[in-house]
Write a protein that binds this ligand. Structure first.
Ligand code: R1P
Ligand code: URA
Length: 295
C-alpha cells in the first residue's frame, strides 16, 4: 500500500494510481454514475453503452478483487459509469468515497438502482419507487446486551436530491408504473426486514408495525439511506447529488411476489429510463441555488 501522506488524497491505495477497493485509476469514471447491486444487472445496462474515444473501441471494464465491477462508456454520446457493488451499506461507503477520489473534478451524480420489498398494499410488485427520503432501520445490539432501548432503532429521514428524484420520476413514468415514496433501509435482509427465523432470537415480530407507526415507507431495501446520507455530506466543489430507484419484487403486506419474466422485462425497461435520466440531467440544474464554489 502507498502511505496516505498527501492530505488531498488521505486514503490508502494499492498503488500510487488506483483506489484500494474499486481498483480504479483517475480518469476511469464519468461524472454520472448508475450503481446497482447485482453484477448481471450492471452487465445488462452496460450492453447499451458504446466505448469512449480514449478506450480504442473497447468498453472500459474493471472487476476489482473486492467485488466491484465498473463499466465506463457513452450512452447517447454522454459519458456514464455503471458500477455493481454487491450488497449493503458498507459497500456503498467504499463506492461513494473512492468514486469521488477518481471521478472528474466538479459535481457528480450517483443514482442507485435496486430491488426492494414493498410495504404498501396498493403498490403492486413490478412498480418502480423513486425514493424521496430514507430511514435507517438498525438492530440495536444493546437491547440484547442489557435490555436497553427497543430491539430496532429507526433514524430520522435523509432526503434524496429533490430535483434529481423528480427528473427520475418523470423519465421512468414515461414507460413504467412509477411512484415517489419513502424507504426503510435496513442493516439486514433478515432481522431488520422482519423475516422471522426460529433459529435466531431476533425480536422482530412487531417490527413492521413499529416502522409503520414511525413513517410511511413504500419500500424496504439495504443501501439507499447510506448513499443519500454520504452524498449530502460531500463538500463543494466536488458535491455528489444522489437519488435512488427500486423495483418492488415482493409485497410484504400482501405476500405477492413478482414473476421472473415480468421482473426481467421491468428491470430492463426501468434501467433504460434511468440511463436516459442520468445522462439527460443538467449537473448545474441539480444544484441550482447552491454555491458550488463554497467548500
Ligand atoms: C438483498 O437481496 C439485496 O437486494 C436489494 C437490497 O438492497 C439488497 O442489496 O438490492 P439489489 O436489487 O441491488 O440486489
Ligand atoms: N431486497 C430487499 O432488501 N428486500 C426485499 O424484500 C427484496 C429485495
Amino acid at each position: 500500500l502507498s502511505a496516505p501522506t498527501d492530505p488531498k488524497r488521505p486514503r490508502p491505495r494499492p498503488s500510487a494510481s488506483r483506489v484500494l477497493h474499486l481498483g480504479l485509476p483517475p480518469g476511469a469514471l464519468a461524472s454520472r454514475i448508475l450503481t446497482v447491486g447485482d453484477p448481471a444487472r450492471a452487465a445488462l445496462l452496460a450492453s447499451h453503452l458504446t466505448p469512449r474515444p480514449q478506450d480504442k473501441g473497447r468498453l472500459f471494464i474493471h472487476s476489482s478483487s473486492r467485488g466491484f465491477t465498473t463499466y465506463t462508456g457513452l450512452f447517447l454520446s454522454t459519458p456514464i459509469s455503471i458500477i455493481s457493488f454487491g450488497m449493503g451499506s458498507q459497500m456503498i461507503d467504499f463506492l461513494v468515497r473512492e468514486s469521488r477520489d477518481v471521478a472528474p473534478p466538479g459535481p457528480i451524480v450517483i443514482i442507485s438502482y435496486g430491488s426492494a420489498g414493498g410495504l404498501k398494499r396498493d403498490v403492486e410488485v413490478g412498480t418502480c419507487v423513486i425514493i424521496e427520503k430514507s430511514y435507517n432501520v438498525t438492530r440495536n445490539s444493546d437491547h440484547w446486551t442489557n435490555g436497553s432501548g427497543t430491539p430496532y432503532n429507526i433514524s430520522l429521514p435523509v432526503p434524496a436530491n429533490p430535483k434529481l428524484s423528480l427528473h427520475l420520476l418523470q423519465q421512468v413514468k414515461l414507460s413504467s408504473p412509477c411512484v415517489l415514496g419513502e424507504s426503510a433501509t435496513t442493516c439486514s435482509f433478515y432481522s431488520s426486514q422482519a423475516r422471522t427465523d426460529g433459529n435466531f432470537d431476533d425480536k422482530n415480530g412487531g417490527l413492521i408495525s413499529q416502522i409503520q407507526k414511525t413513517c410511511t415507507p413504500t419500500s424496504m431495501e439495504m443501501e439507499s439511506f447510506h448513499l443519500l446520507d454520504l452524498a449530502r455530506s460531500t463538500r463543494a466543489p466536488n458535491k455528489i447529488a444522489s437519488a435512488s430507484a427500486v423495483v418492488v419484487v415482493a409485497n410484504r403486506v400482501t405476500g405477492e411476489v413478482v414473476e421472473g419474466r415480468k421482473l426481467a422485462e421491468v428491470e430492463g425497461r426501468v434501467g433504460i429510463a434511468l440511463l436516459r435520466a442520468v445522462c439527460g440531467v443538467d449537473l448545474g440544474e441539480v444544484w441550482e441555488g447552491e454555491d458550488l464554489n463554497d467548500g
